[in-house]
Design a protein. Structure first.
Length: 69
């Protein structure tokens, strides 16, 4: 799963495919910590954080890397 904040909207990608975009979100202030999995019961693996927006090709490529292992 990939979430991309473009500065205007949040895009959600699941299994290498774009699912939806949400425009009415506001970004968190830069000094707030990043919380991954808060309230989630289970294991989270293969987390990557980028300081730029990934292209659809990059997202599909990352999904393909994991799927081929």
């Amino acid at each position: 799963m990939v979430g991309i904040w473009t500065g205007e909207k949040l895009q959600l990608w699941v299994n290498g495919k774009k699912k939806e975009s949400i425009r009415k979100m506001e970004p968190s202030p830069a000094d707030n910590p990043v919380l991954i999995g808060a309230g989630f019961i289970g294991m989270i693996d293969e987390v990557r954080i980028y300081n730029r927006v990934l292209s659809p090709e990059e997202i599909a490529g990352h999904y393909g890397e994991k799927a081929s292992k």
